[in-house]
Design a binder for this molecule. Sequence first.
Ligand code: NAD
Length: 358
Amino acid sequence: MGSYHITVLKGDGIGPDVVTEAMGVLECVGKKYGHDFVFNEKLAGGCAYDAYGEPLPEETLEACKNGDAILLGAVGGPKWDHLPANLRPEAGALLKLRSSLGLYANLRPAIIHKALSDASPIKPEIIGDSLDILVVRELTGGIYFGERGYREGKHGEEAYDVEAYSEFEIKRIAVQAFEAAMKRNKHVTSIDKANVLESSKLWRRTVTEVAKDYPEVELDHMYVDNAAMQLVRNPKHFDVIVTSNIFGDIISDEASQITGSIGMLPSASLADGAFGMYEPIHGSAPDIAGQDKANPIATILSVAMMFRYSFQKPDEAAAIERAVDAVLAEGWRTPDIAGPGDVPIGTKKMGQLIREHI
Ligand code: NAD
């Protein structure tokens, strides 16, 4: 039994389509397991800019700070592309949410469901019939937040960006990765460039130190160039990957591409404690917004992550994941994952089928 306050940011484009189905799943799980949800819907992204002249109004940020978790759809679209960077939905809402709420750990599972193994661009003999990797990316430090600028060099103008990590930042992301590994297959691969970068040497040393608190978890280290290769050569090597902001940006996109289906992949951004923001990895897909064509599974699986990481309810998370697998195994497909012989169903029907299976 639990009562949870969830701040809901449907956002733009297909955001409202997919979040509505995910809210239905929350209510359905609530009924089955005896939890209450209070949804506090607020505007963020382009819709907030239209209503308030800013993509992340103070009222929305306050609501986010006061809730137990955030459920986000997607933000942005061509209508707001002309705006200056600080008013654009992605930078103005997403980056500000992450930094204001201290969401320093980005968890992105790359999962290939058995029923969809054909969708992967990797050969079946490498992938097998399923794949399940979790990328844990540091989200608020490193080169994207480091000192930067221009200066006069020996040969004219120079530009620089500094990659700096503190032991504190590395330790807390490593703890998130080991904690996640304890809930999975107990294997962490830390990715760095310790043969060249000082920041990576500290990274490797600190992650190795944290590993001593998790004797059950196997730790290995990999240079980022080798990791990029191994992800396509031998993806089954990986269980949990932990890495810096910039390496994680690239590696998590690579890992998601080998699954072959953008409409299926959830994510979580976690702060210290149990607070987190949960969202699909895809964007607002303006081309199909409001047409009952979007795949709601990425958002529904984000709700499963919310149960696992913010509410510490693994059974509820597993019930959602099982329901998704069952619906896919029965052959139901939204247009993005439909094969040549499939008759695709819409967003609402997919949501309804998943709820029925729960
Ligand atoms: P996108 O992810 O929105 O769409 C890429 C392609 O995938 C499109 O063809 C789209 O129809 C399809 N697609 C995406 N999600 C789908 C789903 N759930 N079901 C079925 N098909 C789906 O990426 P884009 O086109 O590069 O970006 C569109 C807008 O979204 C831009 O304004 C971009 O800045 C924004 N964006 C937002 C986020 C976010 O909110 N986190 C992330 C990425 C992009």
